[in-house]
Design a protein. Sequence first.
Length: 243
Amino acid sequence: MNVFSRLLGKGKGHPFCSAIVAAAGSSSRMGGENKLLLPLEGIPVIARTLMALNEAELVDEIVAAVREEDLIPISDLCKTYGISKPVKLVRGGETRLASVYAASLECREEAKLLAVHDGARPLADAALIDRVVAYAAKTNAAAPAVPVKDTVKVVRDGVVESTPDREALRAIQTPQVFDAQILRAALQAAVDAGEEVTDDCAAVERLGKQVFLTEGSYRNIKITTPEDMLMASAILQWREAQP
């Protein structure tokens, strides 16, 4: 029995899933360095992200939106680190929305599910990825999330306006997985409206669709600042030390 059968309790096989990797950002908060190509415990960040998607049983192909100057380096990394699934690299746009939309149009026609993952989330493991894909196959829209640990304030001009109930707050991670037609329609609608959504769930929510959350991981961090690299290294060292 394959992992899809175990997770969904159905027969053999699973809907074709294309993983879109958003990897065309400017890395502005990393001091100008391309964070995706930085070594994380000896392996580039983007390579670790691609390796996790390659290991996930429910992902069938990978389409990565990258900067033009990164097309060859990332292609070489796919060979170096043995990415065996079909990989297509496309030029990213000026915004994350533009990049994900461009990549969505390059996915295989038979793709029923599109899983959008941040290139800078190298610590999402295959089990987490498969769990979200399986949930999206049942719900049409799913994302991993974790409870917010800190108290969050709504602030305007440096003054606290309100304090939301922390019990109702979740930090949303990737991969965010959707029915392919729903996601493409949501992205196109956001593009047409000229609205820059912060994540793909937000684009789908604009259409009035429900997004269902499943268990994420506090270890599934996004690399944004130099401090995140230190944290990611510590997490990897901790993983390797586990029996």
